[in-house]
Write a protein that binds this ligand. Structure first.
Ligand code: BMA
Length: 361
């Protein structure tokens, strides 16, 4: 635990955002768009990997399970850079980076946003992001560590990809970059029990600094797990100069009441923290795997959000069911929660891609 000091509460990008027009073309405009979304009590809806594959299709341009249900694309596209560091040309879930680039540009052109997470391999053991066998992994990538140079090379590959997101008119699409997420749990090599607070913060700053030095057009999103106090939320917070959006990864796994309470309580804490200096906050990952509950969208998710004002909420991916049965977080036509999802879509509070384009451009 740590106190909020003046040094870690300095202004980040916010000062610039005051003069920018809302839109999706620059980081400052994106920040303004997120702030306005929340100020108008609206909520952008997002999903991970929605243009690449769905429950029963893959790599069919224009296809999207959410669009097949409600008629529009999510306003926020989530993508993951995991395994870009291996140079195989596709990510950990098999998405080719060329396809990812094309779809991020399409999402931008339809007036939407993209957020990018990263589940890189374990640079010390060679295992995957979930390999928590060696608590020296973070230390090994920091200055003086034996994987420092190798790891900076990985960050450069991620930066090169983000710098390659160009439209035909030469605009580089800005993204919400969301590294080192869910670190208050201990299931990734950068997790709570795998490194000290100082090491985690150093990892965050080193990554963001390297990306900024390479001119990456981005806002950064900080995404711990649910918390019960502000100090808990901020324990590993690297400081306002390094974070533009306060995120939260919160899944509904068993009891609906417990999820609603946990989500509402965490968002209430984030709402307080986000006031000074003013920052947007978001549900950076959520969902109920397989959505067995027919009223999950309005009866659970919106109940948890309540009166809080996250700028966006992103549900996880709809895996191709032949590859990962039961692993999906948005409906497909005929799925048990489709009617309720369409009510969620029709609510004046939610914004999908066309709404976002109309509202802010
Ligand atoms: C997890 C699951 C995995 C996937 C990973 C990264 O939550 O969806 O199947 O590989 O995210 O996208």
């Amino acid at each position: 635990m740590r106190e909020i000091t003046a040094a870690n509460r300095t202004l980040g990008l916010h000062a610039q955002a005051l003069t920018a027009t809302p839109g999706n073309g620059t980081p400052a405009a994106l920040l303004r768009l997120l702030r306005e979304t929340s100020a108008r009590n609206r909520l952008l809806f997002g999903q991970q990997d929605f243009p690449f594959y769905g429950c029963d299709w893959a790599y069919r341009p224009g296809c999207c399970d959410v669009k097949a249900c409600c008629g529009d694309y999510p306003a926020v596209l989530g993508c993951d850079l995991g395994e870009i560091e291996l140079g195989t040309g596709h990510n950990l879930d098999g998405v080719p980076f060329d396809t990812m680039r094309r779809e991020i540009v399409r999402q931008y052109e339809r007036g939407g946003l993209t957020t990018v997470s990263w589940h890189p391999r374990n640079p010390l053991t060679g295992g995957d992001a979930w390999d928590v066998s060696d608590p020296g992994t973070v230390r090994s990538v920091l200055p003086g560590g034996r994987n420092h140079a190798k790891f900076l090379g990985w960050v450069d590959l991620a930066a090169d990809f983000l710098n390659s997101l160009s439209t035909n008119d030469g605009t580089t699409v800005p993204v919400l970059f969301r590294p080192w997420h869910e670190h208050t749990g201990s299931w990734f090599w950068w997790g709570q029990r795998l490194c000290s607070t100082a090491e985690y913060e150093a990892l965050w700053k080193m990554t963001v600094e390297r990306m900024r030095d390479r001119g990456v057009r981005m806002l950064t999103v900080y995404s711990p797990n649910p918390c019960v106090t502000g100090l808990e939320y901020l324990e590993r917070y690297p400081g306002d100069a390094w974070v533009d959006i306060l995120g939260l990864d919160a899944y509904h796994s068993s009891d609906a009441g417990a999820f609603v309470t946990r989500l509402g309580a965490s968002l209430g804490i984030m709402d307080q923290i986000a006031r000074d200096p003013r920052k947007p906050y978001a549900v950076s990952e959520t969902g109920m795997e397989g959505i067995p509950r027919a009223d999950w969208w309005t009866g659970v998710l919106m109940q948890g959000i309540g009166e809080q004002r996250p700028a966006y909420v992103l549900v996880w991916r709809n895996a191709l069911q032949t590859l990962k049965p039961g692993h999906f977080y948005a409906p497909y036509p005929g799925q048990v929660s489709q009617a309720d999802f369409n009510r969620f879509y029709a609510s004046p509070r939610t914004l999908f891609a066309a709404d976002a384009a109309n509202a802010f451009q």
